[in-house]
Design a protein around this ligand. Structure first.
Ligand code: KG4
Ligand code: ZN
Length: 341
C-alpha cells in the first residue's frame, strides 16, 4: 500500500539548541524536542562554540529518541532524515550532520541537507499552510538579517541584508552593555515595555545608497556612546528608556524596508522569521505597518521563531519533494548562503 504521508525526522544543531522533530508533509509537527543550552552559555555572556559542540554530542541521541517516541515512530517509519548543514558554528553543525548521516545510512533512508535560514522561513508553513509563494520574507535572527522575495518553495531573491551586525546581534550587544546579560533579545523586549521609546533619539539603522540593506553597528555605537556619556557624567542610566528607544530604532527600519519593498514589488503577503521575530514590539509594529499598507502578515509562534528542528523538517519537505537528496559526503558549511546549495 502506498504511504499517504511524508514524514521527516529533522535534526538541528547549528548553534546552542540541540533539537530534533518529526514533521508530516511540511507542516504537521508530530514532535518538536529542543534541548537549550542557553543557561550554560549565559555565564560567559555569549555562546562558547566548544561548549556547544560538546553538549550537542552528549544530548543528540536523547533528543532524537524523544522526538521519535513522541511521534510514536521508529526510525524505520520515517521517509527521510533531514539536517541543518549551514550556516552556523562548524563544530556544532558537524555533530548534527554526522548523526544524520549515520542514522540515514544505517536505516537506508534518504538524507536531505537543509539551509538553516531556509528553515527559519519555512517555520511559517507549520501554522500557516495557506501561505504560498511568492511572498516577501524578513528573516531576523542572531546571525542573519535578510529581506527576500520567496519566489517559490526553496527559491529566493535577496533584496537586502545587513552589512554588519545582525539584528539579534545588536540586541545581544546592547543588552550586554546595559547589564542585562545573554541572550539579550528577550531581556530588552521585557525591559522596553517599562520604557519610553521616544525618550532618546537614536540614528536610523540604515545604509546610505542601498535601499534594502541594513546596518546596525552605527546604532550600537550610538547606544554605547550614550552609556559612556551618562556614566562619565555620573548620571544613572535610564535602562528601560534606553532599551525602548534602541528597540524602536530597530523595529522602525525593519518595518520601513519591508513595507517599501512590498509596495515596490507589488507583494501583499509578508512573512517574518528568526529569533528576533519573537520580539513583541516588532510583531506589533509590523502588524500595524502591514495592515496600513493592505498587506497580510504571517509570523510563527515564538517557539518556531527561535531555533528548532520542526522548521528544518518543514523546509526539508519541499526540498525532498523537489527530489533533493544529499550524498554521504554532506559536510557542514558554516558560511552557507541563502539561495545556493
Ligand atoms: O533564530 P535564533 O534562535 O538563532 C539564530 O539563528 O541566530 O535567534 C537568536 C536571536 C538572539 O540574538 C536573541 O537575542 C534574539 O534572537 N531574540 C530576540 C527575542 N527572542 C530571541 N530578540 C528580540 N526580542 C525577542 N523576544
Ligand atoms: Zn536560527
Amino acid at each position: 500500500m502506498m504511504k499517504e504521508y511524508t514524514d521527516i525526522l529533522a535534526i538541528e544543531t547549528s548553534c546552542d539548541e540541540t533539537a530534533a522533530a518529526v514533521v508530516r508533509d511540511g507542516h504537521e509537527v508530530l514532535s518538536n524536542i529542543i534541548y537549550t543550552q542557553i543557561a550554560e552559555h549565559t555565564v560567559y555572556g555569549g555562546v562558547v562554540p566548544e561548549i556547544a559542540s560538546r553538549r550537542h554530542i552528549e544530548k543528540i541521541n536523547y533528543v532524537i529518541e524523544a522526538a521519535l517516541n513522541e511521534a510514536k515512530m521508529t526510525l524505520q517509519d520515517v521517509d527521510a532524515v533531514a539536517v541543518t548543514y549551514g550556516p552556523g558554528l562548524v563544530g556544532a553543525l558537524l555533530v548534527g550532520v554526522a548523526e544524520a548521516k549515520a542514522l540515514a545510512w544505517a536505516a537506508g533512508k534518504p538524507l536531505v541537507g537543509v539551509n538553516h535560514i531556509e528553515g527559519h522561513i519555512a517555520a511559517n508553513y507549520i501554522e500557516h499552510p495557506e501561505l504560498k509563494p511568492p511572498y516577501l520574507g524578513l528573516i531576523v535572527s542572531g546571525g542573519h538579517t535578510h529581506l527576500i522575495i520567496v519566489k517559490d518553495y526553496a527559491e529566493f531573491e535577496i533584496l537586502g541584508r545587513t552589512v554588519d551586525d545582525a539584528a539579534g546581534e545588536a540586541y545581544d550587544k546592547v543588552a550586554r552593555a546595559i547589564g542585562l546579560g545573554y541572550p539579550g533579545g528577550p531581556k530588552i523586549d521585557r525591559v522596553a515595555k517599562e520604557g519610553d521609546p521616544y525618550a532618546i533619539s537614536f540614528p536610523k539603522a540604515k545604509v546610505n545608497g542601498s535601499e534594502y540593506d541594513f546596518s546596525f553597528s552605527g546604532l550600537k555605537s550610538a547606544v554605547l556612546n550614550y552609556l559612556n556619556h551618562a556614566r562619565m557624567a555620573g548620571e544613572e542610566v535610564p535602562k528601560a528608556d534606553l532599551a525602548a528607544s534602541f528597540q524602536k530604532a530597530v523595529v522602525d527600519v525593519l518595518c520601513e524596508h519591508t513595507i517599501a519593498a512590498a509596495k515596490q514589488y507589488g507583494i501583499r503577503e509578508i512573512a517574518m522569521a528568526g529569533g528576533v521575530s519573537a520580539n513583541s514590539a516588532l510583531r506589533a509594529g509590523m502588524a500595524d505597518a502591514a495592515a496600513k499598507a493592505g498587506c497580510t502578515l504571517y509570523v510563527p509562534s515564538p517557539v518556531y521563531c527561535t531555533d528548532n528542528a520542526a522548521m528544518i523538517g518543514a523546509a526539508a519537505y519541499y526540498e525532498y519533494r523537489k527530489g533533493v537528496r544529499s550524498g554521504w559526503d554532506l559536510n557542514a558549511v558554516p558560511g552557507l548562503r541563502l539561495g545556493k546549495r
